[in-house]
Ligand binder design. Structure first.
Ligand code: 3PG
Length: 210
């Protein structure tokens, strides 16, 4: 039985989006986020080490729910599931990905940027989506507008979300959680500044919980 993605997102409130350049950073990064109170992470496939990073976190940090981001093809989806990812997200929603989502062993969260894409995702049987790039598309106002005609769609907005505006997104009834790179940006990961990442995670948890 795979996890309930809406329940996971609702509890998480904030999903740190991370890009790992060195696989040895994966476990200390996940532990730093966990120490700050975050229980779920999106590791992107933007670097060749993303997949190995997912594998390392899945194997060594059992309390962290590890998801894969930047899943662009059915082959990516199969690879991240095999590496131990418990869920997967994409910046978009191609027909190929929506077709395999039905038989995916892990929940797949496609990205959307328009009403038509939301409708295509709903028609494929999925109700959880990533709104990307959220701020450029209109932010909370976009979500408010879509909630009228397409109220069954639930979102994790990412792209331009930060501590300053996350609460505004989370106040929308169709928002489950927000995602973003601000908690563990690449420069802090590169510097192996784990205490700073823990502090950012803790700040997000305390500002955004409840
Ligand atoms: C993502 O992949 O979800 C986004 O690139 C995150 O965007 P941000 O850097 O604006 O948080």
């Amino acid at each position: 039985m795979s996890l309930d993605i809406q329940d996971l997102f609702r509890r998480a409130r904030v999903l740190p989006v991370v890009t790992i350049d060195s696989v040895s950073d994966a476990v200390p990064l996940a532990e730093a986020l966990l120490a700050g109170g975050l229980r779920a992470i999106e590791v992107t496939l933007r670097t060749p080490t993303g997949l190995a990073g997912i594998e390392a976190i899945a194997a060594k940090v059992p309390n962290m729910v590890v998801g894969a981001g930047t899943v662009l093809s059915p082959a990516d989806l199969r690879a991240v599931a095999a590496a131990g990812a418990q869920f997967a997200l994409s910046p978009g929603s191609t027909p190929e990905l929506l077709a395999v989502a039905k038989t995916s062993p892990i929940p797949f969260v496609p990205g959307v940027a328009s009403a038509s894409e939301v409708m295509a995702v709903l028609a494929a049987g999925l109700t959880t989506m990533k709104l990307f790039p959220a701020a450029i598309l209109g932010g909370p106002a976009w979500l408010k507008a879509l909630n009228g005609p397409l109220g069954q769609a639930m979102f994790c907005p990412t792209g331009g979300v930060g501590l300053d505006n996350a609460r505004t997104y989370l106040a929308e009834p169709n928002v489950l959680c927000v995602g973003g790179t601000w908690i563990a940006p690449s420069d802090l990961i590169g510097a192996k500044d784990w205490p700073a990442i823990t502090a950012r995670a803790a700040a997000a948890v305390s500002a955004l919980s409840g």
